[in-house]
Ligand binder design. Structure first.
Ligand code: AMP
Ligand code: ZN
Length: 111
């Protein structure tokens, strides 16, 4: 499958990897929107948050317990987590990913 985040997870495309284990990978966003901008992605190709199913329950729990650990490790006491599902929401890469953003005061706009 021609998916950039699958390729990053497989090490076929270079990235600044910050964390990886058997089910998830975290790396720096190539076009950071904040001083710290980390992407957390499952290795499994899930197209977006709209495609999360009951079978992903443990994976989602794993991602959400790693998010504060990663944030803290990269100096963030305060941060935002965003996932865009669909073009109208701003999704440009069709592989589920969670943005961790922080390091300065973030814009309040959410929609
Ligand atoms: P979204 O617009 O929510 O789908 O987010 C996609 C994010 O992936 C954007 O913030 C891009 O800057 C980022 N991105 C795209 N390609 C790469 C890449 N090769 N390495 C790291 N981040 C990327
Ligand atoms: Zn993928």
């Amino acid at each position: 499958m021609d998916c950039i985040f699958c390729k990053i997870a497989q090490g076929l495309v270079p990235s600044q990897k910050l964390y990886e284990d058997s089910s998830i990978v975290a790396f720096n966003d190539i076009n950071p929107a904040a001083p710290v901008h980390i992407l957390v992605v499952p290795r499994e190709h899930i197209p977006s948050a709209a495609a999360i199913r009951e079978g992903h329950y443990a994976l989602m729990g794993h991602i959400w317990t790693k998010i504060p650990v990663l944030a803290k490790k990269h100096g963030l006491e305060q941060f935002r987590v965003v996932t865009n599902a669909g073009q109208h929401a701003g999704q440009t890469v069709e592989h589920l990913h969670f943005h961790i953003l922080g390091g300065h005061k973030l814009n309040a706009a959410l929609g």
